[in-house]
Design a protein around this ligand. Structure first.
Ligand SMILES: [Zn+2]
Length: 446
């Protein structure tokens, strides 16, 4: 619990502005910690975060599922204890980076061309820095938000969160007592559209994950002979079928709401019963279309093939791993779609499953998000959307918390945000970061 002084006034924007500018230094420093997962651990970065929060007068909880895999949680007491608490979560780990491929040192935290460069610049040390700066301001000035705010800086998201949010949810759920809603990745970034409006995509749903192993078996034997049941060849046939037959369209409530909202803003109509028209519509949305297209259907993507061990031996089995993503409510449908494509040629088993997430979009929460955005960007419109990938929301939703993707960033029109995730030369515009921290603070104050 915190020891914030009660009764301080909220909303001293002028007084707060210089402190919020620290977000750039904090983000730079965070980028300089190599928290690659797998490979490195989060403890040095977590200690840096914990030290900043502690020196702002806040009381932090530091917990580790394994040595070095550090999570930091801080609660700031709100003025109205009858209100539910809000969770704000961000992960400290990043995917690895190969320095040879980058124009700048991925762990240098360099500033070039108005951007902060480094692995994690958008995924998601930008938000972590905003969270640290805003939380510290509550502590430093003894300000109290309306409701309890719980800031969680977690480990291990990039490997599924077992040692991070998963561990906290299973072993330390008391830290989230009273939390009914959460914000985290992925959402809150701007997309310019016709008519001078800027859309801010707010994640209200995300697809579930299923890693599946397909196995084809045969007799195997000497490679000099003919093998009509060669598992290597038959597996290749199954995979070719997966690639050549896209799965059917399924429009979830969330995706329908997204299409209706955006098409209305664009002044066009989309016939939702016409799959071609729906696909074209997503394609029209520029570079974000690539992240929206997979929200129209389940996906089955081969990522690993394993077969054979010697040049002159036909193996008795060949297998492939599929990364499958299913829409909320369509997990059973995915299984049927897979069976139909396999056609009895292969057996399959789950290697890992994580649920889909769906939170209501017509809530006061979304209105508060939009109000905070509009205050800093009068052209802003908050648009609920479905994330094709996954996040720590999967774990936190196990506690019954309604999760939203909101890490606010006003981006330059030509900035291909979705292409930055896990990419070479990942970077975030400094102006976007400054915008984000102002919006985040306004939102948390509301
Ligand atoms: Zn992330």
């Amino acid at each position: 619990m915190t020891d914030v002084r009660a009764g301080a006034e909220i909303g001293e924007a002028q007084e707060l502005a210089p402190a919020l500018g620290k977000v750039v230094d904090v983000c730079r420093r965070l980028l300089q910690f190599d928290t690659s997962n797998p490979g490195r651990d989060e403890r040095p970065a977590a200690e840096y975060v914990a030290d900043l929060l502690t020196s702002a007068g806040l009381t932090v909880h530091v917990v580790e599922a394994e040595p070095g895999r550090t999570n930091v949680v801080v609660r700031i007491a709100g003025r109205d204890p009858s209100l539910p608490a809000l969770l704000i979560h961000g992960h400290l780990d990043v995917v690895p980076a190969n320095p040879g491929e980058w124009s700048e040192d991925p762990f240098g935290g360099d500033i070039k061309g108005g951007c902060l460069w480094g692995r994690g610049a958008v995924d998601m040390k930008d938000m972590v820095a905003m969270m640290v700066v805003v939380a510290s301001e509550y502590g430093r000035l003894g300000r109290q938000p309306m409701r309890d705010l719980v800031f969680a800086f977690v480990a291990d998201e990039e490997a599924g969160g077992e040692l991070g949010s998963g561990y906290l949810v299973r072993q330390h759920r008391d830290l989230f007592a009273g939390c009914t809603e959460a914000i985290g990745e992925v959402g809150g970034f701007s997309v310019p559209v016709a008519g001078g409006r800027r859309l801010y995509f707010i994640e209200t749903a995300e697809k579930g994950l299923a890693w599946i192993r397909l196995t084809v078996r045969g007799a195997g034997g000497h490679a000099s002979m003919t093998h009509p049941d060669n598992p290597v060849v038959r597996l290749a046939g199954v995979l070719a079928r997966l690639a050549s037959r896209p799965l059917p369209l399924h429009l979830t409530e969330g995706v329908i709401e997204f299409i209706e909202t955006v098409s209305r803003l664009l002044g066009i109509t989309v016939d939702l019963t016409d799959p071609g028209e729906v696909e074209d519509f997503m394609g029209r949305l520029g570079h974000v279309g690539r992240m929206l297209q997979p929200t129209l259907r389940n996906t089955l993507t081969p990522t690993v093939i394993e077969a054979g061990y010697k040049e002159n031996v036909v193996p008795a089995a060949a297998s492939a791993v599929l990364d499958c993503r299913f829409l909320p409510g369509f997990e059973g449908v995915l299984e049927q779609e897979l069976e139909d494509l396999i056609g009895g040629e292969a057996t399959w088993e789950y290697l890992r499953r994580m649920p889909s997430v769906e939170s209501p979009s017509r809530t006061p929460m979304l209105a508060m998000i939009e109000a905070a955005l509009v205050h800093e960007d009068p052209l802003a419109v908050a648009v609920p959307y479905t994330l094709a990938a996954g996040s720590d929301a999967k774990w936190f939703s196990e506690l019954g918390i309604r999760c939203y993707g909101f890490t606010p960033l006003l981006l330059p029109a030509d900035f291909d945000f979705s292409a930055m995730f896990h990419a070479v030369d990942e970077r975030v515009p400094i102006e976007s970061l400054l915008f984000g921290v102002r919006v985040l603070q306004r939102f948390l104050d509301s």
